[in-house]
Design a binder for this molecule. Structure first.
Ligand SMILES: CC1=C(/C=C/C(C)=C/C=C/C(C)=C/C=C/C=C(C)/C=C/C=O)C(C)(C)CCC1
Ligand SMILES: [Fe+2]
Length: 557
């Protein structure tokens, strides 16, 4: 690999990286100075030798500066890579327990003319700012329950207070730590699973602009007993619309069966409109967890997992369910529902073997010779139908079981849903899971193939033994093979595919992924997607926590 270093401030002496000494240096290059804002001074604030850096809270509120490039960035790569994820797990007296609980940390790498600048910054959500001002977390996160909540007494008044908190969304987190997306009108939002967490950010400065407020009243603000405070963390965003799934929790207070609303919001609007409602088949009271879902040209596929929202945990925000905010109820059945985008009607609803798919990869229609769809094929990262993956993602496991082979097995699950009224769907592994080390999550595809028949997916896989995915895998769904990128001790985040402008081959582009290296330190890796080989890496001057999902904003031509 040829290495060409930019003379950046990020390669300045270590002392410069200490937040206590940020003000004295000026840029030797004439470029913008790196800026540090410490979260809090830490004894080892200058050290990058932390093997658990992926699971260590960000040390600085924000930083920006030039990044050193090793290798050759493609000249066509012009735009901004954004990544979101949980990055601060300790505030005041609170030490979170689960990976999903951390406060949102944004990372940016902008590529232009073979060079790179970068930044990272905490999202100023009410959850984060109130935790800082109270000296402890006060919102309910995925696993974290506010500790001083007196509601464990189960007295009626406390229950009513919790229910009001649920309806108004004041107790559930507003920490948008999962995904980031640019709407087609240019607004950039960070999201998580509460509708109130959706936050507008500035993709250049990573500053928090404010809440993204839905004006439709669907989330319970203006209509009492409209229990729709939750959403999928992964909306499907196109040039014309934003589409998502809201678990309908109204069955908590009515006799109605639980279900899901599919909603759509036009570009430029803040008003979601209901496309249709899917009724749950299983579960006496609660819908299955819906972190993501899949769409095809004509349909929305709504998953109903046997891993269901816990009613007890939701209405009593200091109560934990068997899987944090979720209950695993295999006997309640696992289903996939297919809704027609145009009519909102449910056109298929099939029972399938138990699955635990947090991230769906893609879906497409099988068609008859006259173009009529006959089946929907849906691919997802399936943790072999076992919610144990959620326990593997506690911070204790991640920090202390490094090198132990404790990561539960996962595969690419391929579901086939016939559209002929059959009651059952089919489920098989799309390829031998050994191809990708029996780990599979954090996936992306070429966005031009969303909802269409496709061949390649990029995801995190494993070289065992490991307690977290440690490879980046390119999955070939036609040849049923996988290629992998790996280095000892690395922790990669979602590998994100960016197509070369004008490309016609599905894998003509790069895969961008931010990686935590063995002894600490973070870099953004750029792989040639076709050969699946490294072409460049862009180093941050200090380590960043491992994040989740990414997004690409191309420069205006
Ligand atoms: C589920 C409820 C809630 C919160 C949910 C949240 C914040 C979920 C976040 C999920 C994430 C970040 C999933 C990432 C998965 C990564 C995987 C599987 C990687 C695997 C590697 O092998 C509340 C809103 C707090 C309460 C209601 C229920
Ligand atoms: Fe996700």
């Amino acid at each position: 690999m040829t290495a060409s270093y930019l003379p950046t401030l990020s390669s300045a002496p270590r002392s410069f990286l200490c937040p206590q000494r940020t003000s004295s240096l000026s840029s030797a290059t004439g470029r913008r100075n790196p800026v540090f804002h410490p979260v809090k001074p830490a004894a080892d604030c200058c050290s990058t030798k932390n093997p658990a850096s992926a699971w260590t809270s960000a040390r600085h509120e924000r930083w920006e500066g030039d990044l050193a490039v090793e290798g050759q960035l493609p000249a066509w790569l012009k735009g901004t890579y954004l990544r979101n994820g949980p990055g601060v797990w300790e505030v005041g007296s609170t030490a979170m327990e689960h990976l999903f609980d951390g406060y949102a940390t944004l990372v940016r790498v902008s590529f232009r003319d073979g060079r790179a600048t970068g930044a990272h910054r905490q999202v100023d959500s009410d959850a984060y700012t109130s935790a800082k001002s109270h000296g402890r977390a006060i919102h309910r996160e995925f696993a974290h329950c506010p500790t001083n909540n007196p509601n464990n007494n189960n007295n009626l008044l406390d229950r009513v207070i919790d229910l009001v908190g649920l309806v108004t969304g004041t107790s559930l987190t507003v920490n948008p730590n999962t995904a980031v997306a640019r709407l087609s009108d240019g607004r950039v939002v960070c999201l998580s699973e509460t509708t109130k967490s959706t936050t507008l950010i500035d993709p250049e400065t990573l500053g928090t602009i404010g809440k993204f407020t839905y004006t439709d009243g669907l989330s319970g603000k203006s209509r009492l007993l409209q229990l729709l405070p939750l959403q999928s963390a992964h909306p499907v965003v196109t040039e014309t619309e934003f589409m998502t799934v809201l678990p309908d929790l109204n069955s908590l207070v009515t006799r109605r069966r639980p279900g899901y609303l599919v909603v759509r919001m036009e570009a430029g609007s803040n008003e979601r409109k209901v496309v249709g409602r899917v009724e749950c088949r299983g579960g006496p009271t609660m819908p299955g967890w819906v972190h993501s879902f899949a769409v095809t040209e004509n349909f929305v596929v709504v998953p109903e997992m046997a891993l269901r929202y816990s009613a007890a945990s939701l209405v009593n925000n200091s109560e934990r369910a068997s899987f944090y905010a979720l209950d695993w109820i295999p006997e309640s059945g696992s289903y996939l529902h297919v809704m027609c985008k145009r009519t909102g009607n449910t056109v298929a609803s099939v029972e399938v073997p138990p699955f635990v798919v947090i991230h769906f990869i893609n879906a497409y229609e099988e068609k008859r010779h006259d173009g009529q769809p006959t089946a929907v094929v849906v691919d997802g990262c399936d943790h072999n139908g076992d919610p144990a993956i959620l326990d593997a993602l506690t911070l204790h496991s991640l920090r202390s079981l490094r090198g132990k082979d404790v990561l539960p097995d996962a595969r690419v699950a391929r579901f086939r849903i016939p559209l002929d009224g059959s009651p059952y769907g089919e489920l098989e592994s799309a390829l031998d899971p050994e191809e990708h080390g029996r780990a599979m999550d954090m996936c992306s595809i070429n966005p031009a193939y969303h909802g269409k028949k496709y061949r390649y997916a990029y995801a995190c896989g494993a070289r065992r033994p490991c307690n977290f995915p440690n490879t980046i895998a390119k999955i070939d769904l036609v040849d049923k093979t996988a290629k992998s990128w790996h280095e000892n001790g690395v922790v990669p985040s979602e590998p994100f595919f960016v197509a070369r402008p004008g490309a016609s081959d599905e894998d003509d582009g790069v895969v961008i992924c931010t990686v935590n290296s063995d002894g600490g330190g973070s870099y953004t890796l750029v792989l040639d997607a076709e050969k699946f080989q490294e072409i460049a890496r862009v180093r941050f001057p200090h380590s960043l926590p491992c994040g989740f999902h990414a997004f690409w904003i191309p420069d205006k031509m």
